[in-house]
Design a protein around this ligand. Structure first.
Ligand code: FAD
Ligand code: N01
Length: 539
């Protein structure tokens, strides 16, 4: 932090308005306060937590180890908090974020149950005015959108969905009181990370579970376990070093990445390395070789290794084959991390329906009709994902210089400088926005980097008595071209995924995150700041 700055504001105008009270919004509030700035946060939900407030479906848990998927900014916090599992479940992550809010006394700066529907910039006063859905109004010199990459649930476009008489639940709007599925015939759409986490638990509860699969996922075993006191103590003894190492990696977590090519070694050695990492579990497999996400042959080898594990686990060879992903390269959608997913298909009460073979015709009042048959159901579960990365921002009427709408500027897809700011919108910052490493990483690491950079930038502008900071068109064009070129060197754009907007009809196709890795990206951001905020116009 660059010290406390004194702000000079009109009464009623805060220094910074923050939208969203998840991991990003909470840290923003804390850091802004530390800089002596006034801040107000607005949150649709009645509580803090963001992702971890909304996603309460059975089996929801993190896919980055909890000791890494947590804030590093406060040594006392990371020493005091005890994670109970390698990958903690949703209630524990939510408790952690509630603890953070209490510990740093953040709630008093948050207005809950307030959805921001508009944010307009006034050039004359160099302020943003935010409008809440219920008429709430706030003015601020800076506006930071901490609205989340995966905060707008996406329902599928299936004819008749509204006519189903049973209950319909979306994974990201699961009822707080839980759902009793005992004795019920449940149908689930979606076999991404949410589906893969919940399916084993739905199968245990429901009398019958029908899984409607459109595209199979690559899922890796979590090997989740309780963290024993000695294991936790060992992490805590060396926490600072662990965090330092994580910051030197592309993913914001230490995957013990091997810098060698998968093609430098023979098939037997390669398989042994894949098998070793499969036993470790989680994302470890991604670190096996440096070119898994850039070379088709290297990728083919690891993809086949995972398919072999699926065939080995699932007893019915036809079901196993349907569960084997072949349509896109391994890792080009965020791999799932599961507990007992493939085994679940060996249960008598679970049936896999391959929608590529027998597409859905309609949801009826009593179930789902495919081209082959009608499935009678009592309850439908939608694990169908999100309008990711731009969805939350796109639902706010954001207007910048000259009243120009962000929606118009981004009609052909989002354009940002460093994923942090966008030309034409002074004093507006995005946390983990499109064009930043964001969802390709341990997101808490990315969030901390963005929050620290953004708050330092705001402090810098205020300390020099400035009014505004804005990305230049030129810097933005160069960054977009660079981000596109980096993505084109990888296999990522080959998958139809939410990374590219492919899951939302009509959304412009563009690979949204920055594929250059968090460590190099953070260095670029630091160099931009050190160079007097190169590529930004300061006034
Ligand atoms: P969010 O947590 O999404 O918070 C954004 C908040 O903004 C929300 O509370 C929302 O209500 C609010 N908001 C949005 N629009 C408005 C508006 N207009 N007005 C007011 N409020 C608004 N990432 C990982 O790296 N590792 C993991 O293990 C991991 N697990 C995940 C598990 C699930 C089930 C999901 C869905 C995502 C997971 N992610 C994971 C990604 C996760 O979203 C991020 O790690 C992180 O929680 C994002 O924090 P955030 O504060 O940026 O956004
Ligand atoms: O969503 P998804 P998600 N008919 O978009 C299917 C994070 N996360 O909520 O691939 C039938 O990945 C769709 O099929 P297809 C993580 O970053 C992490 O699961 O489009 N099916 C797909 O199978 C993750 O990547 C965790 O063909 C339809 C599924 O729905 C991100 O959030 C847990 C359909 C959507 O998968 C999103 O994950 C949860 C239709 N009409 C989330 N429409 C952790 O493990 C969609 N689908 C930490």
């Amino acid at each position: 932090m660059s010290g406390t700055v004194r702000s000079r504001v009109d009464s009623g105008v805060v220094d910074v308005a923050v939208v969203g009270a998840g991991f990003a919004g909470l840290y923003l509030l804390h850091r802004l306060r530390g800089l002596g700035l006034s801040a107000r946060c607005f949150e649709t939900a009645p509580d803090v937590g963001g992702t971890w407030y909304w996603n309460r479906y059975p089996g929801a848990r993190c896919d980055v180890r909890s000791v890494d998927y947590s804030y590093s900014f406060d040594e006392g916090l990371q020493q005091d908090w005890d994670w109970s599992e390698r990958y903690s479940a949703q209630p524990e992550v939510l408790s952690y974020l509630r603890h953070v809010a209490e510990r740093f006394d953040l709630r008093r700066s948050i207005t809950f149950r307030t959805r921001i529907v508009a944010a307009h910039y006034d050039e004359e006063s160099a302020t943003w005015t935010l409008h809440g859905e219920d008429g709430e109004r706030a003015r601020a010199r800076f506006c930071v959108m901490a609205t989340g990459c995966l905060s707008v649930p996406k329902r599928p476009e299936i004819p008749g969905l509204g006519s189903f008489v049973g209950a319909v639940y979306h994974s990201a709007r699961w009822p707080e009181m839980g759902v009793d599925l005992a004795g019920r015939r449940v149908g689930v759409f979606g076999t991404g990370a949410s589906g893969v986490q919940m399916i084993p638990l739905l199968a245990e509860q429901a009398s019958r579970l029908t899984v409607f699969q459109r595209t199979p996922a690559f899922s890796l075993p979590a090997r989740n376990h309780r963290l024993e006191p000695e294991e936790l103590a060992a992490v805590k003894r060396d926490y600072a070093e662990r965090r330092r190492v994580a910051r030197t990696t592309p993913s914001g977590m230490d995957l013990d990445s091997n810098p060698a090519s998968a093609l430098e070694v023979g098939p037997a050695r390669r398989r042994a390395e894949f098998a070793r990492r499969w036993e470790i579990g989680g994302f470890s497999l991604l670190g096996a070789y440096a070119d898994l996400l850039s070379d088709e042959r290297a990728n083919g080898a690891v993809a086949e290794f995972v398919r072999e594990r699926i065939r080995e686990t699932v007893k019915d060879p036809d079901v196993a084959e349907r569960l084997c992903p072949t349509q896109y390269p391994f890792g080009t959608k965020r791999p799932c991390v599961d507990t007992g997913y493939y085994d679940t298909f060996n249960r008598d009460n679970v049936r896999l329906v391959d929608l590529r073979e027998t597409p859905v015709e309609a949801v009826t009042t009593t179930g789902v009709r495919t081209t082959a048959e009608h499935h009678d159901l009592d309850c439908l579960v939608l694990a169908t994902g999100f309008d990711a990365m731009t969805g939350a921002l796109g639902r706010i009427d954001v207007r910048g210089r000259g009243g120009e709408p962000l929606a118009a500027r981004w009609a052909a897809g989002p354009r940002t400088y460093l994923g942090l700011a966008t030309a034409g919108f002074p004093n507006l910052f995005l946390i983990t926005g499109p064009g930043s490493p964001s969802v390709l990483t341990n997101m808490v690491a990315s969030i901390e980097q963005h929050v620290e950079w953004t708050t330092d930038c705001i402090a810098h502008v205020l300390a020099r008595g400035g009014r505004s900071v804005e990305a230049t068109e030129r810097a933005q064009d160069e960054w977009v071209a660079h981000a596109d070129a980096v993505a084109a060197r990888t296999l990522y754009p080959r998958a139809d995924s939410w990374y590219t907007g492919a899951n939302v009809p009509g959304k412009p196709r563009r690979f949204l995150p920055y594929a250059g890795g968090l460590a190099d990206y953070a260095q670029t951001c630091a160099a931009v700041a050190a160079d007097g905020y190169r590529g930004f116009r300061l006034a």
